[in-house]
Design a protein around this ligand. Structure first.
Ligand SMILES: Cc1cc2nc3c(=O)[nH]c(=O)nc-3n(C[C@H](O)[C@H](O)[C@H](O)COP(=O)(O)O)c2cc1C
Ligand code: SF4
Length: 451
């Protein structure tokens, strides 16, 4: 294990609690004071751009570059949305930050609003986070009282208001335009893009959407500098001019069948094996691992012989996964049935699909029905290829849906069947020995619906 000193998590266990006083005692808001007193918004934007920071919410888009998409000299307001919806299964690093160090998140948010000239910020918070709600609101109140928020922050011409908005518990509200619709009081139906939020977002005004951990990174870049940030992680590939690298510290969530689940900090590029063994104490109960989800359930599956995969923005893709996602690793031990795993995953996405796009609405439901049938002992041989055909046809990547929820639904299907096909075939053969070859017509679903 490397001798890396946690930075993002440094104040999480502060014995004085997450108060403004304890935060300031560790140098909190010094970066904000310095940037506001001595540097222009463009300077902060340039720092973030030069750092190579990529968004921590899932897509890994370069943060500084996203900010440059805002129209120059826009006469009206620019809005900032802090995406704290955090509904990706297995993911809890945003919760850890908001509960344990809300001022770090707020300082990053205020710096980001300064850089982008936003004067109103909305924090869109996952409904199921009551403690984060209380801690974030208390921190916002302290900031107003101390002059870090409101009119003329710290005696400068910069003003900012922050509003905490509690979501109503739907996964799709984390998709940036679903979030914006929900914030506007409408059903969270993701918008067709373009226009992207930077051009037309909340109330049709230019809007930045960034993740909670991204904000904590912005604060640390302003405090510790670009060189420090770039010294961590995986540098850009010199043979690929389009690779911005995977730089900086990262919060990894580790859960499932490990001895010590938790939220751990290390530079980007840690291997799945190192996370499980060095941080998590290995697979629980002395068992072996069968597989792991690399970055939230949407990203798919790695087999145990793929655990040398680096958790950065490129390596999971080389291993057939959707991407790094939220770097939330869920370990599945050797006793887990992949059929049960996939059934669980399909149930989640069928439930969470907003229903706007036919391929997503029908595809996720159809996949779930097939998995239910397979588990009920009425699976057909050809169901496996049918499931793959559905998975290969839904999502932004094949170009058939509005948002990436469908890609997230597809990847567990693709990886589970392509990487563990034998197990699915055995289940069908053992549970439906007389009809697995050519059961036609398709068995009535209502007969197995309740299983
Ligand atoms: C279905 C779906 C759910 C998402 N949920 C979240 C979420 O809970 N939190 C988040 O930060 N990003 C989520 N995203 C990604 C956001 O759309 C967006 O890319 C992100 O908030 C941008 O922030 P970043 O650039 O700082 O990563 C989700 C995307 C999709 C397609
Ligand atoms: S892909 Fe699915 S969740 Fe996303 S907009 Fe279409 S139907 Fe809704």
């Amino acid at each position: 294990m490397t001798a890396f000193e946690p930075v993002l998590l440094a104040n999480i266990a502060n014995r004085e609690g997450p108060t403004l006083r304890s935060y300031e005692a560790t140098g909190g808001y010094e970066a904000l004071r310095e940037m506001l007193a001595r540097h222009s918004p463009d300077h902060v934007k340039d720092l973030v751009r030069a750092s190579g920071l990529r968004g921590r919410g899932g897509a890994g888009f370069p943060t500084g570059l996203k900010w440059t998409f805002l129209p120059q000299d826009h006469p009206g307001p620019v809005y900032f949305c802090l995406n704290a919806d955090e509904s990706e299964p297995g993911t809890f690093n945003n919760r850890v930050l908001m509960e344990g160090d809300p001022h770090q998140v707020l300082e990053g948010l205020i710096l980001s609003c300064y850089a982008t000239s936003a004067t109103t910020a909305y924090i869109y918070l996952r409904y199921e986070y009551p403690l984060a709600l209380r801690r974030m609101q208390a921190a916002i109140d302290e900031c107003y009282a101390a002059g870090y928020l409101g009119r003329g922050i710290l005696g400068t011409g910069f003003s900012l208001n922050v509003y905490l908005h509690r979501g109503a518990a739907a996964y799709v509200c984390g998709e940036e335009t679903g979030l914006i619709e929900s914030l506007e009081g409408k059903r969270a139906w993701p918008r067709i893009k373009p226009p992207f939020p930077a051009v037309e977002g909340v109330f049709r005004k230019p809007t930045v959407v960034n993740n909670v951990e991204t904000m904590a990174c912005v604060k640390q870049i302003c405090r510790r500098g670009v060189d420090w940030f770039r010294s961590l992680g995986v540098p850009p590939d010199p043979n690929d001019p389009r690779d911005p690298g995977s730089l900086g510290p990262k919060l990894y969530c580790l859960s499932g069948h490990v001895e010590r689940p938790g939220c751990y900090e290390a530079p980007l590029g840690l291997t799945v094996r190192a996370l499980i063994e060095d941080f998590g104490g290995g697979v629980w109960k002395g068992r072996k691992a069968k597989a792991a989800i690399p970055g939230g359930i949407s990203t798919g599956l790695l087999r145990s012989d793929e655990f040398d995969c680096r958790l950065d923005f490129t390596d999971p893709v080389r291993h057939g996964c959707l991407g790094l996602g939220t770097a939330a690793v869920v370990v599945l031990d050797e006793t887990v049935s992949m059929v049960d795993f996939l059934h669980n995953s399909c149930q989640f996405f069928a439930h969470e699909s907003c229903g706007q796009c036919t391929p997503c609405r029908e595809g996720t439901t159809w996949a779930l029905k097939m998995l239910r049938r397979i588990r009920a002992g009425r699976g057909r041989w050809k169901d496996l290829d049918l499931l793959l055909e559905i998975a290969d046809s839904i999502g932004i990547i094949p170009g058939s849906t509005i948002c990436g929820l469908a890609d997230g639904a597809a990847w567990p299907i693709k990886n589970a069947i392509r990487k563990f096909r034998g197990e699915f075939e055995d289940t069908i053969r053992d549970s439906n020995p007389h009809g697995y070859g050519q059961t036609a017509p398709v068995p009535a679903l209502d007969a197995v619906e309740s299983t």
